[in-house]
Design a protein around this ligand. Sequence first.
Ligand SMILES: [Zn+2]
Length: 546
Amino acid sequence: MKLLKISFFITIISMFLNNCKQKETSTVSGPVTALDIKNHIAVLANDSLTGRMPFTEGENKTINYIAGQFKQLGLEPGNHGSYFQEVPMVQVTSFPSNITVSGKASFTFKPTDDFSASTQQELDSVQLNNSPLVFAGYGIVAPEYNWNDYKNLDVKGKTVIVLVNDPGFKSGNSKLFKGDTMTYYGRWTYKYEEAARQGAAGVLVIHQTEPASYPFTVVNGNGHAKLYLQQADKHLSRCKVEGWLSESAATKILSAAGISGDIRAIARKADFKAVDLKQTISLTLHNKLKYSTSHNVIAVLKGSTTPDECILYSAHWDHLGIGKADAKGDSIYNGAIDNADGVASVLGVAKAFAGLSSNIKRSVVFLMVTAEEQGLLGSEYYATHPIYPVNKTVANLNMDALGSYGETNDFAITGKGQNDLDDYVEKWVKPLGKKVTGDKNPGAGSYYRSDHFNFAKVGIPALDINNGQESTLHGAVWGKKQQDDYTANNYHQPSDNFTEAMNTDGMAQVANLLFNIGHELANSTVFPGWKKGSEFKAIREKSLAK
Ligand SMILES: [Zn+2]
């Protein structure tokens, strides 16, 4: 029954594609066409896919469409005869009690007003019961920066309070970590991971708007369902409680221990030592658990000389499903730009490789991952359950939410300066008379916020790139306005829709650039590396030595 439905669906789509022939734009050089990309977006962002939410009928339609395209291109299934990789997940919804802090003074803090707390532990409830509180500065252990906030500190069973971002941010010292550019040590996800490695029972990040780059309302996750990958240990190696304290709640706790003033400056000092706050915290979380399986979609074009080495293209297929309706009554989050256009562009690249007249030396893998919007989970699953060995994966080339405002004279590398793939971009872009730029807002840590990051985390040099702001036809002011309009009015809104007027030339431009880079690497023996100072360099070197 299911199969029948799917083949019917695919027939409809091919009919649609055939009726959709339009004049092909000739402004983009390279084998990937803007028209192909446009046609794929029209399908992927159609209401019938109901916003491409994992675990829904929308998932079935989406992954079968992608697999059908791979098959049509003659690409082999990427997972031992299958185009799919199962991704088992658990959904945890935590409902916190009030927090009570006891010591010289005592405080009661309310969920949402004062804090946000959740757990990854797959238990009906978790509890901090008079757990001693420790202020552990930035909560960072970074040998390459000679930094260790946990030095000579035993936090087993205790709850650590830590600062967001890293010591370099707004320090005025560009040599301290990466100055205003956030390293991975600055992300809250890192703070949680490190606290767990140290054996802490709880970890609470102090929310400050500027170093976090978003307001406290954004971190409020109380009672919100959160998805995680299923783990054999049911996440019992994680802290019992992970969360955020509002700045005012944190100030009360720290003041009671005699710490006041600029806490970022205090914790930045070379002789800073973690402080036992002589207070304890109590908090209970009641949890609802739900288990489900979603899917990554994967295909491979085998290399002729060194097929065990591969170039890995990626894009996330999922989006937000059906949710709150907007003013126009639209409740389907179609995510035409985020990230139907990335999937469409990888499909375009896949077609370009499939159409090559000569063999490539290394293999090329096309991976469309699930649950990016839920915390980069599909890519995390692949990176931790790789089908092609991590130390033979030469590079990851990722596309997420490419611009729909046409060709640009510049390309923006997310987290520019991380690895040698930047040099490949320069090399291919320069002869076109175009420019390469970095993040608009490097302090926001964008490099750690899309799927490429999970590949970086296991050491694979990863590149995420997008169109810049300087529109070829309309200039930089207009280009910036298009970007700002998207962020303000369409990003994660039901209005992120496909329209016939959508300009896919810029997407084709990025796709062709990444095709050229991937093609060059596929016929090379070089392994691009991480640049000096990158937090991923040591991980790669260790993995290559195996
Ligand atoms: Zn998104």
